[in-house]
Design a protein around this ligand. Structure first.
Ligand SMILES: [Zn+2]
Length: 189
């Protein structure tokens, strides 16, 4: 029996350890095998995003090259690796995705998110930081000309103005956690 949530299959039909078909699904959060004692928790995954903005309130976005949400806009970021801090992940993702060595990131806020990949629904806790636009660049558009996209992840770059709720609604954002974060950012100012 396969249970579906939002049309997605987050389930095992058989125990991955012993192959028993008696494995129990507890709300797609936990699986228990009564045959061998296998016990698996579906915990929230940590992910990061980095907001880079110029003095005119333009923010850097990547256009996603792959699913989920291919073609939509996201700030540079990704999943936190094993044995890595969120700050380290944020700096690494900037290095990998846009080819920029960010010196420092500052915590902005965090927000829950849902990430659908190959018919599996992952729940994440997205942790957002800000990073300074390198001083040699006046605008995000100037900055974009210098960036080197990681082709497997990034189809291109875009600059969107983020000054009002209306501005944020117009951005074709890949993930609601980024929308929440941008709203939070302008509400603090
Ligand atoms: Zn088992």
């Amino acid at each position: 029996m396969t249970k579906q949530i939002n049309g997605l299959k987050n389930d095992f039909k058989t125990c991955p350890m012993c192959g028993s078909n008696k494995i129990e699904n507890h709300g797609n959060r936990k699986w228990i095998c009564p045959e061998c004692g296998f016990d698996l928790y579906n915990n929230v995954a940590a992910a990061v995003g980095v907001v880079i903005r110029d003095r005119y309130n333009n923010v850097l976005f990547e256009i996603r090259a792959k699913q989920p949400r291919k073609g939509y806009a996201a700030v540079p970021g990704g999943f936190v690796d094993f044995d890595e801090s969120a700050e380290e992940a944020a700096i690494r993702e900037c290095r990998e995705e846009i080819g920029v060595e960010v010196k420092e990131v500052k915590f902005l806020c965090s927000a829950p998110n849902t990430y659908e990949y190959k018919n599996i629904e992952y729940k994440t806790c997205d942790i957002f930081f800000t990073a300074e636009l390198p001083p040699q660049f006046e605008t995000i558009d100037d900055f974009i000309k210098s960036l080197k996209a990681e082709e497997s992840e990034v189809a291109g770059f875009a600059s969107y103005k983020v000054e009002s709720l209306e501005d944020i609604e117009k951005i074709p954002l890949a993930f609601e956690s980024a929308r929440y974060t941008l709203k939070k950012m302008i509400s603090k100012e």
